[in-house]
Design a protein around this ligand. Structure first.
Ligand code: PLP
Length: 222
């Protein structure tokens, strides 16, 4: 417990410093602990500190953890194949990696059949790195938005991306896209960007949610 608490306190200090430097309210930046390849016991320790929502990358691992801890919420951060859409909807309260029309349509249909409402984020790739991490190209965004808006049980929360590390311009570019989209849709959208190594860059660019794995839990297991 002590080591986790130490890490979380160090992290909170980093977040506070980054917010002060950016003139932002630290309370406005959500810290999402990423518990992929971390044991349930550590999730339990984090829950004891008050964290109730965790990010996971693999459908099966996340489903196992969600089953073991029905009192907690899990968010999917890893790539989602269409054939895993059903277990993903059942296990995760939110899915951040919706990046193509066929996936959004399938999730929408299944959510209807299963009688579930789910939070959805669009994963964007403005930097042509999709081969590595997935993500929707800017040109494909209108069709994807349309598919999500046509699905009444999918609630669009915001945009997620993994900008190239150390590239402040890339983070600013992504924030600019979010701002333009908010204008166009006339509603607010959250921005999920920033990980252990680049949370300061992300906060400076306006991130609303940082997804933190190793700086929160320590090194991952294999
Ligand atoms: C693993 C992962 C994180 C957390 O990464 P750390 O560098 O350990 O903080 C955040 N977002 C996504 C999409 C991830 O896959």
């Amino acid at each position: 417990m002590t080591r986790l608490l130490d890490r979380v306190e160090a992290l909170r200090a980093r977040i506070t410093r980054a917010c002060e430097a950016a003139g932002r309210d630290p309370g406005a930046v959500e810290l999402l602990p990423v518990s992929k390849r971390q044991p349930l016991e550590l999730i339990g320790e984090a829950a004891a500190l008050g964290f109730t929502r965790f990010g996971e990358n693999y459908v099966q691992e996340g489903a196992d953890k969600a089953k073991a801890r029905p009192d907690l919420d899990f968010t999917l951060l890893g790539p989602l194949q269409r054939n895993k859409a059903k277990p993903a909807l059942e296990a995760f309260a939110e899915i951040q990696t919706v990046d193509r029309v066929e996936l959004a349509q399938r999730l929408g249909r299944l959510a209807e059949q299963l009688g579930l409402h789910r939070g959805i984020w669009i994963q964007m790739d403005l930097w042509h790195e999709a081969s590595k991490v997935g993500g929707c190209a800017e040109a494909d965004l209108p069709d994807l938005l349309e598919a999500i808006q046509a699905a009444p049980r999918l609630d669009l929360k915001g945009l997620m991306a993994i900008p190239p590390p150390e590239d402040a311009n890339a983070f600013a570019q992504f924030a600019g896209l979010r701002d333009a989209l908010e204008q166009r849709l006339g509603r607010s959208l959250r921005l999920s960007m920033g990980m252990s190594g680049d949370l300061e860059t992300a906060i400076a660019a306006g991130s609303d949610q940082i997804r933190i794995g190793t700086a929160f839990f320590g090194e991952r297991q294999n």
